[in-house]
Design a protein around this ligand. Structure first.
Ligand SMILES: [Fe+2]
Ligand SMILES: [Fe+2]
Length: 128
């Protein structure tokens, strides 16, 4: 579930960071880099939790969409962050239903980051 997605966006943002050349995208370049690292940590935290719960975490990321122009890149990223927010809200609800407070708490922390990312990308998109 979340791991494939986290690995996807980690690589996606890293590649967007690497491929972006231009003066206008300078702030975006740093944002890609910082957020890519956060996504990697998300993948790791979710994998650790899953392993603790007795499952084997996937090693396969979801399809990666780098995009060609800066606008294309950030438009995709806003979408991916929105999907992450929706998914993790569901995970939190499910974890609470099963009285798994630790999982709920972990995903609440991650959700906070995704909302930040969504906000960052939305703001950046207004500037391109
Ligand atoms: Fe994430
Ligand atoms: Fe994110």
């Amino acid at each position: 579930m979340g791991i494939a997605r986290e690995m996807q966006v980690a690589v996606q943002y890293m590649w967007q960071h690497v491929q972006w050349i231009g003066v206008k995208g300078y702030a975006t370049k740093d944002a890609f880099k910082g957020i890519a690292i956060t996504e990697m940590k998300h993948a790791e935290s979710i994998a650790e939790r899953l392993f603790y719960l007795g499952a084997i975490p996937t090693t396969k990321p979801d399809p990666i969409h780098v995009g060609k122009t800066l606008k294309e890149m950030i438009t995709q990223d806003v979408k991916d962050e929105k999907n992450a927010i929706d998914l993790y809200k569901q995970v939190i609800e499910l974890a609470r239903k099963e009285a798994d407070e630790t999982t709920a708490f972990l995903f609440m922390e991650i959700l906070k980051d995704e909302e930040d990312h969504h906000d960052t990308f939305t703001t950046l998109l207004e500037q391109v």
